[in-house]
Design a protein around this ligand. Structure first.
Ligand SMILES: [Zn+2]
Length: 299
């Protein structure tokens, strides 16, 4: 009797592990990361040909996943101030949407796709910064397009972060829902490698209701989830370091996931070859676990 019971329990555990492993497509994440950081995209500088190719790729992936959008063809154009760019044309956020099954509250998942472009004839590939975050975003979008979340989810691949968080500011300014509906911003910026195998989760000092959820996930996460770097524990303060900053300035709860700067940070050598694939996939898995907990918690 006991043996039969433990065999049943074993199979139940095994089955649930199999389901978990199938939830995110790791092959596709690596393909997205490799393409976005390939030389063809020339470092994805705003208004460049490479930027357009990145937009095309993200739009095509949103389309094949069947995402909706409040923006025509997933595209939110915005102007760059002439002090920043003299070039004609508009920068573009690419924004997809999955409606929630129960709540009118919204989770925004964001990652900037722009990078530095070409300088002195050298391509700055921006594989970790931030093709990694965009590949993570696409992976999460693929999951939630198939498994409808309780919260609505906005998936925003943002432009012009490197020029001063301009895509994030544009999204906030022209947000298609009431700001009060935003329950959480999840920002991924540099999740593709780590010298100390550590992913930082930033924001819970400002929004302490998020702390228990992070602590719970960190117990079983496949990598070390370091909770801090928001001015409290961890000393560094990344509260304004990336696209979550304009939302934080409005008091909107955020979690920012990223790694320490590394030797290839903002160098041409930030390439796909220098990505730690195992770390990258575990980082996405960890962020996914946080999203799952948050979505079901109704915080
Ligand atoms: Zn970045």
């Amino acid at each position: 009797m006991r043996t039969a019971k433990s065999i049943i329990i074993f199979f139940l555990l095994w089955a649930s592990y199999e389901i978990n492993a199938q939830q995110l497509s790791t092959d596709q994440s690596l393909k997205d990361l490799e393409y976005l950081s390939s030389p063809k995209l020339e470092g994805r500088k705003p208004l460049s040909k490479g930027s357009q190719l990145a937009q095309d790729h993200i739009r095509a992936r949103f389309r094949e996943l069947g995402l909706g959008s409040q923006f025509q063809d997933f595209t939110q154009p915005f102007s760059l101030p002439s002090s920043i760019s003299k070039k004609e044309g508009k920068a573009k956020n690419i924004v997809g949407f999955v409606p929630g099954s129960e709540l009118d509250r919204i989770i925004i998942v964001m990652a900037h796709y722009d990078h530095i472009g070409v300088k002195d004839g050298e391509i700055y590939h921006g594989a970790d910064d931030n093709a990694s975050g965009v590949a993570g975003l696409l992976s999460l979008a693929a999951h939630y397009a198939k498994h409808r979340p309780l919260h609505s989810m906005v998936f925003a691949a943002l432009d012009a972060e490197e020029m001063g968080l301009l895509g994030a500011k544009a999204l906030l300014e022209d947000f298609p829902f009431s700001q009060d509906q935003i329950a959480l911003v999840v920002n991924m910026d540099m999740i593709g490698r780590s010298d100390n195998d550590r992913l930082y989760a930033v924001g819970s000092r400002h929004y302490p209701h998020l702390l228990p959820l992070l602590e719970e996930v960190s117990k079983t996460a496949p990598i070390e989830l370091f909770i801090g770097n928001d001015g409290g524990f961890g000393k560094k303060d990344w509260s304004k370091a990336s696209d979550h900053a304009p939302f934080h300035a409005e008091g909107i709860p955020f979690l920012y996931f990223g790694v320490d700067d590394h030797e290839d940070y903002h160098r041409p050598s930030d390439t796909f070859e220098n990505i730690d694939q195992a770390f990258f996939l575990k980082a996405i898995d960890t962020i996914f676990r946080v999203m799952e907990k948050f979505d079901s918690s109704q915080l």
